[in-house]
Ligand binder design. Sequence first.
Ligand SMILES: Cc1cc2nc3c(=O)[nH]c(=O)nc-3n(C[C@H](O)[C@H](O)[C@H](O)COP(=O)(O)OP(=O)(O)OC[C@H]3O[C@@H](n4cnc5c(N)ncnc54)[C@H](O)[C@@H]3O)c2cc1C
Length: 472
Amino acid sequence: MSTTESIDRLRTDLGAIDHSTDARKLRSKSRDRFAQSPVLRDLLRGRNAEIFIAPQTKDELRIAVAACARHRIPITVRGAGSGQFGQGVPLSGGAVIDVTALTGVIGWAGAGKAVPRTVRALTGTVVADIDAEIRPSGWELRMHPSTAQQATIGGYIAGGHAGIGSCQWGILRDTGNITALEVMTVEEQPRLIELRGRDVNTVHHAYGANGIITEVELPVTPAWEWHELVISFPEFEQAARFSVDICNSDGVLKKVVSPHAHPLPQYFPDFAGMVPDGQAMVLLMAAVQSVPNVEDLVHANGGQIRYRCLEGKGTYGAPLYEFTWGHSMMHYQRLNKKLIGLLALYPQQDLYEAIVRIHRDFADLGPVHLEMKRIDGDLSCQGSPVFEFESQEQLADITEKLQRAGLFIANTHTPVLGASGMKPWGPKEAAFKREFDPYGLLAQGKADDVVTDDITTSTALPNSGWSYRLSN
Ligand SMILES: Cc1cc2nc3c(=O)[nH]c(=O)nc-3n(C[C@H](O)[C@H](O)[C@H](O)COP(=O)(O)OP(=O)(O)OC[C@H]3O[C@@H](n4cnc5c(N)ncnc54)[C@H](O)[C@@H]3O)c2cc1C
């Protein structure tokens, strides 16, 4: 925690820059969506910032960051606050710096040209707003989180990892999926540094621990006419076969392939009437020209298309993708708050067999929800059986059992990067942190070289984490 005097001195230095020490504001701006995890629900409650700062421009951000550096005030950067792992919670007080006012598409390398390349936006730009701006030109982002309507692009790069589009394009970390990042250092005279090539991954998914992202440049792809489909299969094995086959059909343009075993379809009030009780469901987004191929594959696997509409026009009142990825658990928990899952990555070799094996061997634990995605150059999927949380010991036990069954587990019930195991934190990341954050003020407790506090120990699981061959 900072001293009252240092916060007072910071306030003086902020001058007219929007800031607040109102307790209610501090509480609400110190939370993200960590309550989705029963492990984090109580653990992170009450961890609040001491000051909230909302710069309106990059220049104001620079002044605020310089002042924090001068007074050695810890900094937690905040986008829309939709992170689920408590990444956005200030673990040691200090300042929450909200960057949501830094918005706008500032470079659109495709505007008016036949062959666009990339789109560049300020960090606080809402992800869906970027697509809204470039789609009239016939282009869109390769991928976005299921929270695209709320999440900022900087928050997605710093806190997210994949999403809608990943079944075609891979995850954010895969080479070529982030073109460039502009990062501000936390020094008494902050610098702006442009990262390209492999360096982007050093800051990506670092929870804002080794630099403040100010601009993001991403590759674009043709914006097809996307259709949403709700597909039922009598058996989960058929849904799995279809999901793997459609993802391995490179000519079929798809954006999301989200299988849910029985009884999970019944947990979505909007789909329960479409999918016969007892059956599995796949939520799918496909380009209109690929729908005939989808129909072939559905029929070949004994399924039935129960509903189809243009993107965003469903009777369920939201884009279909808001029922997939992180949103699925949100819907399940509306029915039963105790439900959780683990972020298990399935082996790429014999993927279909692994999906079926886990489904059968862990049937007693709960029904499986998966998201198909490419990662590190090959097809995989992530997810796990959905089960009722009982205790940290139960979670550890299930983690070990699923790993013995061949899955690779990232711990999404911790805000500590090393314990999560989704992002490698090696010498390069640590070196960036020393250079970009020499006083160690950013994201304290989440990515320090040695973290041994109560949060690390009480959220630890015996998880293997993920590793990457191509993008390391
Ligand atoms: C229902 C639900 C569904 C989700 N679905 C997906 C999904 O499909 N795919 C996926 O990858 N994630 C998903 N997520 C988690 C994901 O991290 C967020 O939805 C989103 O991408 C984060 O954006 P945000 O603006 O809310 O960031 P925040 O939550 O505000 O921040 C996330 C992290 O990044 C840091 N940060 C924010 N801005 C900056 C910056 N400018 N510089 C440095 N650090 C910064 C924060 O300190 C924090 O550690 C989901 C979450 C929910 C609740």
